[in-house]
Ligand binder design. Structure first.
Ligand code: ADP
Length: 628
């Protein structure tokens, strides 16, 4: 270990974050205190945890707490804890780099628009670096629990590109963060100001937070917060604001949560849970490796962050605390996995979250916000969690042909309420986008009969529909499948009946397209379009096929079924076509258009263009009709 003073550079991401943060969070600058007190409280939690196995770490300093010192004359504010502390290496790693993966990509989303950036940074969690919003120099003196007094370290930076690090002597264990306040931030050296901020932001911290005004006459040290962990208090004593502040402490999120659920379970298993639904998705929600889970306490002693065993993956957006009275204090991630109580707790907590969402669904604005941020993640639940299928199905929201826009805000109950009495199916179409789905030929006939169709455009929707399969006894039906069962209508018979002329037309088309289609059928689902392609009932849905192919999977060849609207003028034209070459071209064009309309790619677009050009010019020799 080197003793000398070293100057090191911040990781690029830290440098960027510092600049952006100072600029975009200025209007919210006081939050730095919440962040520093949060870190101090985490440090005390960690020490208490490590001391379970190594009590000697506490030495004779057993009362864990946080003190704040303000000094008006020196214009400094210090946040001091006697927690775990940091070694030289830890200081360099923790305060010189950001370990969260995806940070660089995240920072690229910053636009320079203060409001937008403030929201993003808020979601990211600003932490320690927020000190630089109000300070032009920050010193951190720290001694790790268990290290000797001469192995303490000082980290110092002006928040530009670099920081210095040097060894110092320090009698006390833990960390002192000293903010040298900017000239116009001297308000943060005023004790009345800091006292009110501690009350506002940190009242719920489970350790005493005391305040001292250094150098003032008859300066006294007083404990400012109530020092009981919030979740241990009874619900009726906790205000909305206190719940919100606790959420921010816990999640480092900037925005208020949408809702929360606080419960104590007594009986065979005893535990308290406080679960929050955030208002915005974290930047790394789609990174399956990103840390997730609840903060675990056992008998009020912090055990671990990100205990992912308490909730399923599809509820990874939930933030919160679980405090168990029964788990052993030495519980590790591995032991948790094997603990027989865990399955029951996980089941109960999952239901708790789903009930909270159900309740929130009563407030449409909040629920829409939730659905916009987390709907796609919640949908994973239908695939993963069969036990809660019914609860989850009620929470789903869709865009449908009823809305006239792409907002996903209709529930399956809304759909069924509007459905006709004799409708025993729920119809849906899968599409690449809202625009393709809503304009799809497959839904023409149903729409013309006033039947509503769910428009499913999220990647997961094909699996969702398959896993759900039915709702309230009504089967979910893909309208782009061969066998489409529609409610009967008086003119159905006439439509369905084929005269000889139609039969021979279908045969002729089948002949020329035999390489490209499985079969040619007359369609009952079309109104305005001449044709569409459907998948046979054994085949993969084309949407799923495209997705699997895009992910590099080799799939067996499959040919679609072409359905023809025998009443369409283009088809009449086709049946009148006597020239064999032009008949072949037009048949291919009809098929190409049916493929394009459902969002498929043509195998050979150039050939298609040639064919259309030749057809328009009236020659039949433009394209080779065999499509490979
Ligand atoms: P976060 O708290 O979100 O991890 P921060 O930037 O606030 O991010 O802090 C980075 C890391 O520095 C923390 O995870 C912790 O390991 C360490 N740290 C910060 N403050 C303290 C402190 N007072 N005592 C011990 N470690 C600390």
């Amino acid at each position: 270990m080197s003793d000398k003073r070293e100057t090191l550079g911040f990781q690029t991401e830290v440098r960027q974050l510092l600049q952006l943060m100072i600029h975009s969070l200025y209007s919210n600058k006081e939050i730095f205190l919440r962040e520093l007190i949060s870190n101090a409280s985490d440090a005390a939690d960690k020490l208490r945890f490590e001391a379970l196995a190594s009590p000697e770490l506490l030495a004779d300093d057993t009362e864990l707490g946080i003190s704040i010192e303000v000094d008006k004359t020196a214009r400094t504010l210090s946040v001091i804890d006697n927690g775990i502390g940091m070694s030289r290496e830890e200081l360099i790693d923790n305060l010189g780099t950001i370990a969260k993966s995806g940070t660089a990509e995240f920072l690229q989303q910053m636009t320079g628009d203060t409001q937008h950036d403030a929201n993003l940074i808020g979601q990211f969690g600003v932490g320690f670096y927020s000190a630089f919003i109000v300070a032009d120099k920050v010193s951190v003196e720290s001694r790790r629990a268990g290290n000797s007094a001469d192995a303490a370290v000082r980290w110092e930076s002006e928040g530009e590109g670099e920081f210095t690090i040097e060894n110092i002597e320090r009698e006390e264990r833990g960390t002192r963060v000293i903010l040298h306040l900017k000239e116009d931030e001297s308000e943060f050296a005023e004790s009345y100001r800091i006292e009110s901020l501690i009350r506002k932001y940190s009242d719920h911290i489970g350790f005493p937070v005391s305040l001292t005004a250094v150098g003032e006459e008859d300066a006294e040290t007083k404990v400012v917060n109530s020092a009981t962990a919030l979740w241990t208090r009874s619900r009726s004593e906790i205000s909305e604001d206190e719940y919100k502040e606790f959420y921010k402490h816990l999640s480092h999120d900037f925005a208020d949560p949408l809702t929360w659920s606080h419960n104590r379970v007594e009986g065979k298993r005893e535990y308290t849970s406080l679960l929050y639904i955030p208002s915005a998705a974290p930047f790394d929600m789609w990174n399956r490796e990103a840390p997730r889970g609840l903060k675990l306490y056992v008998q009020r002693v912090f055990i671990m962050d990100d205990a992912e065993q308490f909730l399923p993956l599809y509820l990874r957006f939930v933030k919160g605390v679980v405090d168990s009275s029964d788990l052993p204090l030495n519980v590790s991630r591995e032991l948790l996995q094997q603990n027989p109580d865990l399955t029951a707790m996980r089941g109960a907590l999952t239901r708790r979250v789903l009930d909270t969402l159900k309740k929130m669904a009563g407030q449409k604005d909040d629920y829409q916000k939730f659905w916009g941020e987390f709907g796609q993640v919640l949908k994973e639940g239908l695939v993963e969690d069969n036990a809660n299928k019914d609860k989850l199905a009620k929470l789903l929201r869709f865009a449908t042909t009823h809305n006239g826009n792409d907002t996903q805000d209709q529930s399956l109950d809304d759909y069924l309420e509007r459905a006709k009495d004799d409708q025993d199916k729920i119809y849906y179409i899968l599409g690449e986008s809202y625009a393709t789905a809503v304009a799809s030929p497959h839904i023409e006939q149903l729409r013309s009969r006033g039947i509503e169709i769910l428009l499913l455009t999220d990647r997961i929707d094909a699996w969702l529909a398959e896993s759900l399969a039915e709702y309230e006894g009504k089967a979910l039906v893909d309208v782009a499948r061969e066998a489409l069962d529609m409610p009967e209508q008086s003119d159905d018979k006439a439509q369905g009946e084929l005269n000889d002329e139609h039969k021979s037309l279908l045969e002729k088309i089948q002949d020329v397209l035999s390489e490209r289609v499985e079969a040619v059928n007359v369609s009952r689902r079309l109104v305005d379009s001449p044709a569409c392609v459907v998948a046979s009932d054994q085949d993969l849905n084309p949407q799923v096929r495209r997705m699997l192919e895009a992910s590099g999977q080799a799939l067996p060849e499959s040919k679609p079924i072409l359905e023809i609207n025998v009443h369409h003028p283009l088809v009449t034209r086709l049946s009148d076509e006597v020239d064999a070459g032009r008949f072949e071209s037009l048949s291919n064009i009809v098929l190409d258009h049916a493929l394009l309309a459902e969002g498929s790619q043509l195998e050979n677009p150039a050939e298609y263009v040639q064919r259309v050009n030749a057809f328009i010019l009236g020659s039949d020799s433009g394209a080779d009709n065999e499509q490979s």
